[in-house]
Design a protein around this ligand. Structure first.
Ligand code: 13P
Length: 250
């Protein structure tokens, strides 16, 4: 069975609640009736309520950009799965490279966050990817394998049924450099092999692996044509309604 593609917007630290409403006002008519792919927008936490309100009854789901592993507690600046669920959020990004790079996110905390998201019934989009030095040193496959093994640690195939992985080569994020479709497909194959080892073949054959890193309307169709690429995680080009709609409709 072909895997339904997931096209996700990661807005990072962009847009106010008002700008979020404006985006949805422009975006929803452009993708109304689009049922080929699953569409998700992940705004900053302060915009979640506006996004959910704007997207109500539409074919666009709303996701968070991070989730803590505890339900509540003295963890300044964090958001729990219970809080996301209470709002009506269905998806959440976990382990984005910017979290790893700038906020000391480690493979271990990615694992804790991933488990919390799955436990709560959220659809986690778990990000992995190598930095430029690792690629140049021929370490890409090792890095991807390590990140996957550590992220999936103590997660059962049954619990992981909603898991989505995003391959985001760090050197391609926000740089305008996209991995070639073939190069991305190779990395996806490494991730799928790792998922086969951990969760078994049946699970791995259904696992959706997204590509992220300078996805634009101009390169979306080439990337999405790869059998191994099951969708996209889009940063910069998702901030504009027309451009994100063009990617959704690749
Ligand atoms: P860009 O699309 O801006 O390169 O960002 C990719 C990304 O980090 C999505 O999570």
């Amino acid at each position: 069975m072909p895997r339904t593609k997931l096209i996700a917007a990661n807005w990072k630290m962009y847009k106010t609640p008002e700008q979020t409403r404006e985006f949805f006002r422009d975006f929803l008519p452009l993708v109304s009736g689009h049922s080929r792919d699953e569409i998700v927008v992940c705004p900053p936490d302060v915009d979640l309520a506006s996004a959910l309100d704007s997207a109500k009854g539409s074919n666009v789901a709303v996701g968070g950009q991070n989730v803590h592993w505890k339900q509540e507690g003295a963890f300044t600046g964090e958001t729990s799965s219970a809080m996301l669920l209470a709002l009506g959020v269905t998806h959440v990004i976990v382990g984005h490279s910017e979290r790893r790079q700038y906020f000391c996110e480690t493979d271990d905390t990615v694992n804790l966050r991933l488990k919390a998201a799955l436990e709560a019934g959220l659809t986690p989009i778990c990000c992995v990817g190598e930095v430029l030095e690792e690629r140049e040193a021929g370490l890409t496959d090792d890095v991807l394998r390590r990140q996957c093994v550590r992220a999936f640690h103590a997660v059962s195939a049954r619990k992981a049924s909603k898991l989505v992985v995003a391959y985001e080569p760090v050197w391609a994020i926000g740089t305008g450099k996209t991995a070639t479709a073939e190069l991305a497909a190779e990395a996806h194959a490494v991730i799928r092999r790792e998922a086969t080892e951990v969760f078994g073949e049946e699970f791995a054959s259904k696992l959706r692996i997204l590509y992220g890193g300078s996805v634009k309307p101009e390169n979306a169709s080439t990337l999405m044509a790869q059998e191994e690429i099951d969708g996209a995680l889009v940063g910069g080009a998702s901030l504009d309604a027309k451009s994100f709609a063009a990617i959704v409709k690749y």
